[in-house]
Ligand binder design. Structure first.
Ligand code: NAG
Ligand code: NAG
Ligand code: NAG
Length: 223
């Protein structure tokens, strides 16, 4: 390609991104704030992009949760974003369930996310390959209700009928794309990406190795 062509294509791409990004900016920062800890620049901020039906997301959750709980609210805060991978069955509908529940009660969203991780095989592969979208939706609603209590049923049901929760789930996904998320799990610490290595998931000690140096006051600014 000639230079002017590349220039023109780049220009058009940037223009498209700018126009698009204006229309999808949500009214509040995307994601589920763990334990309602104010996620601020006063803490180490961890962001996790998770797919509720992804086994690698599931495996990484327990050590991350353990580490976040270990440091406590004044040191570390956590935001989970959903990122439904296109090659995982029912990733979008389970992600939407989390957005619906998060609107009602953020702790319940974390509770439901753990439950999805624990019973992933019910929503994945052969288990649902035979089922219609509608039947799967009913199963997700039943699962969420039995996990969180019958009092949530009608709210969850009508949540799926509300296009705003669908848009929220899309926005989460688009946000992940805009930050270069391409697999699971994907983590950022204070906005910087943790290099992706799916052969070596981060365990509790791995998180400590990442977080410990950040909690020591950095006097030596020459580094
Ligand atoms: C929110 O969800 C949590 C966990 O499921 C539950 O313990 C708590 O009672 C709920 N709070 C409200 C106000 O419903
Ligand atoms: C799919 O449906 C067919 C026909 O109802 C049934 O024979 C088959 O066992 C089902 N497969 C699974 C994996 O449920
Ligand atoms: C969903 O929306 C349709 C049409 O707007 C309505 O008929 C139906 O009762 C709604 N269902 C729930 C559970 O809110």
């Amino acid at each position: 390609m000639s230079n002017p062509t590349i220039f023109l294509l780049t220009f058009m791409l940037i223009l498209t991104l700018l126009v698009r990004s204006h229309s999808i900016i949500p009214s509040r920062y995307d994601g589920f704030v763990y334990r309602k800890r104010a996620a601020s620049t006063a803490t180490v901020l961890i962001e996790a992009f998770y797919d509720p039906v992804c086994p690698d997301s599931r495996d990484s959750w327990a050590p991350l949760k353990q580490a976040v709980d270990h440091y406590g609210p004044t040191v570390v805060s956590l935001i989970v974003h959903t990122f439904p991978l296109p090659y995982h069955d029912n990733a979008f509908v389970t992600s939407q369930a989390l957005h619906i529940v998060n609107e009602l009660n953020t702790s319940a969203a974390y509770h439901l996310m753990s439950a999805f991780f624990k019973h992933q095989e019910r929503f994945y592969g052969a288990q649902t390959s035979n089922l219609s979208r509608e039947v799967v939706l009913d199963e997700v609603i039943d699962f969420a209700t039995s996990t969180l209590g019958n009092s949530m049923q009608s709210a969850i049901k009508s949540g799926f009928n509300d296009s705003r929760t669908n848009i929220k789930t899309r926005v989460s996904f688009k946000y992940g794309c805009s930050r270069g998320v391409y697999g699971m799990p994907f983590f950022f610490v204070n906005g910087f990406v943790i290099p992706f290595d799916d052969s070596k998931p981060i365990d509790y000690n791995g998180w400590k190795k990442i977080i410990d140096p950040l909690t020591i006051k950095q006097h030596n600014l020459s580094n």
